[in-house]
Design a protein around this ligand. Structure first.
Ligand code: PNS
Length: 166
């Protein structure tokens, strides 16, 4: 029985693949906290606060899901929030690194990790590829909630305008 699970990530931006994992975790656990990591690379598209806001909107219909920012060690976030299980999605290429992080986190505090296989529908989708496609002018509406897709297109445009002006 999973009481409180965490779905951690950078979510820059949140994709349908992330939301599938969050929704499936919300059926396995009484409560889910989506933990939005702040320490992503400098070329992040959205600030942590923007990412939290986008996730809150995208998860609004799931009563047992809440969203919080986090920085530092994930195991410390888990201890501070009474989280018993970390839940993450795995695509074909992710397994070795996810296994390593799951083992490290378990060694650090004993917290367990469950790895959910990505839905094949989303198994090729990642935030970094979505950012690349959007930056090069491709259509990303199929991979993101509509509001997030609009914000992504707008942010990419604004970046390109200011780079052109500078
Ligand atoms: O969406 P991402 O970028 O794949 O998310 C990675 C994230 C934030 C879940 C991972 O980098 C993480 O857990 N960072 C917190 C720092 C930490 O605990 N590092 C040790 C991991 S064993």
């Amino acid at each position: 029985m999973i009481r409180r699970a965490v779905c951690p990530g950078s979510f820059d931006p949140v994709t349908h693949g992330h939301l599938d994992i969050i929704e499936r975790t919300a059926r396995l656990a009484s409560e889910v906290i989506v933990a939005v990591g702040g320490n992503v690379a400098k070329n992040a598209l959205f600030t942590p606060a923007e990412r939290v806001e986008m996730l809150e909107a995208a998860c609004a219909s799931w009563d047992n899901v809440s969203v919080l920012p986090f920085s530092g060690l994930l195991v410390e976030f888990c201890a501070a929030h009474g989280v018993d299980v970390i839940s993450k999605g795995v695509r074909a290429g992710d397994f070795a690194y996810e296994l390593q992080m799951a083992q490290m986190n378990r060694r650090l505090t004993g917290v367990e990790t469950i790895l959910l296989p990505a839905d094949p529908q989303w198994s090729f989708v990642s935030s970094s590829l979505v950012r690349e496609v959007a930056t090069l002018g491709g259509d990303v509406f199929g991979f993101l909630p509509p509001a997030v897709a609009k914000q992504t297109a707008a942010r990419v445009n604004a970046r390109q305008q200011s780079a052109g002006a500078g």
